[in-house]
Design a protein around this ligand. Structure first.
Ligand code: SAH
Ligand code: SF4
Length: 357
């Protein structure tokens, strides 16, 4: 069939075309050599796909026009489309992105001075059902592919037209229930043949899926780990985070010890302060006991209010008590300011939506 006859070769159904993000280097080389192309083309195409985040084949100006047309007939460049964008008074931007099957996810860009941090999702929705989290309320729609995780970051980069300096996988979903795709996305974000972001500036946040924490400790890269703790009292944690009830705090304590001895890296514990629930004296004492003598950083967050939830944030004064008491037992703690709360873009405020096209 003549390659310059799009009417003849265009697949009837768009879904028959393969997303270039899903091809391995070997598969891409095979595709290109089948089209009579020299070996160096694969690298050129990969650079357009991963480094430049090309949105159309026309942009690929160093490829012959006939090849661009042939690729457009056979392949796609991913299916992430911006469905909505909101801008916070603090400059953060929240994006609602529609994926190729109509499922949507949210991600957030947070600029500050000459930095740009991105908060990306690893699943559409989340099955863990944490009581204080808007994402957990609607359950899981599906896990994301590595390319879909990666493309969120590139979308934010292109919208700000600025280099992304760090990524936190703290959007929707539990990354360790989607381990392989999350790791593949992190590797591409880290790679010079991708976004080129230093491994230490790539953070995974887990609600504490213990087997995967050990697996993560054994990865060769120096990615950063954050664990959502939210209470060091078993009963409180069970109520707040029913999805990790089967992984007890004792086991979490032990695995974090192993993580630190294996990696030498300091993990972060996320602790959203909820008035009268996990900010009492007994809770503070338990938190001090859990962290004392370990290598850890405690990130205290004032609970972000979620529509329909009975939970309220603690007072600022109480947060400062936590910082002081933790410091007294030698544990570094900071109170983190939430970004984008006015547009529901802060931690735990990302809701699951299904878009109909
Ligand atoms: N599932 C992973 C990562 C996504 S949630 C995890 O749970 O770690 C990202 C962070 O937001 C977690 O620390 C989570 O506990 C926190 N979070 C969820 N709901 C929140 C809320 N309403 N206020 C403040 N933080 C919240
Ligand atoms: Fe899922 Fe994390 Fe929300 Fe819990 S806090 S429901 S694990 S996204």
């Amino acid at each position: 069939m003549p390659p310059d006859d799009p009417g003849e070769t265009m697949p009837a159904d768009k879904t028959e075309r393969r997303d270039l993000h899903t091809l391995t280097r070997g598969e891409l080389q095979e595709l290109l050599s089948g089209l009579g192309q020299p070996a160096f083309r694969a690298k050129q195409v990969e650079e357009w796909v991963w480094v430049r985040n090309a949105r159309s084949f026309d942009e690929m100006t160093n490829l012959p026009k006939s090849l661009r047309e042939e690729l457009a007939r056979r392949c796609t460049l991913g299916g992430v489309e911006e469905a909505a964008r909101q801008v916070s008074s603090d400059g953060s931007r929240k994006y609602l992105l529609r994926l190729s099957d109509g499922v949507s996810v949210e991600c957030v860009g947070m600029p500050s001075r000459n930095r740009l941090a991105v908060c990306a999702s690893t699943q559409a929705g989340c099955p863990m059902g944490c009581a204080f989290c808007a994402t957990g309320a609607a359950g899981l729609t599906r896990s994301l592919t590595a390319a879909e995780i990666y493309e969120q970051v590139m979308h934010v980069r292109d919208d700000f037209n600025a280099r992304v300096t760090s990524v936190v996988l703290m959007g929707q979903g539990e990354p360790f229930l989607n381990y392989d795709e999350t790791l593949a996305a992190l590797r591409r974000l880290n790679s010079p043949e991708g976004a080129g972001i230093g491994a230490r500036h790539l953070t995974v946040s887990t609600c504490g899926v213990i087997p995967q924490i050990m697996r993560f400790a054994n990865e060769p890269e120096q990615f950063t780990l954050a664990v959502s703790l939210h209470s060091a009292v078993q009963r409180t944690r069970n109520a707040l985070m029913p999805g990790v009830r089967k992984y007890s705090l004792v086991n979490l304590y032990n695995v974090m010890g192993e993580y630190v001895s294996k990696t030498g890296r300091r993990p972060t514990y996320e602790y959203a302060l909820i008035g009268g629930v996990n900010d009492t004296d007994a809770e503070l004492q338990a938190l001090c006991d859990f962290c004392e003598g370990t290598l850890a950083h405690v990130n205290l967050i004032q609970l972000n209010e979620v529509e329909g939830s009975k939970f309220r944030p603690s007072t600022e004064l109480r947060a400062q008590d936590f910082v002081r008491r933790l410091a007294n037992v030698g544990v570094e703690a900071t109170v983190r300011n939430s970004r984008g709360a006015d547009i529901d873009a802060a931690c735990g405020q990302l809701k699951q939506r299904i878009l109909r096209s």
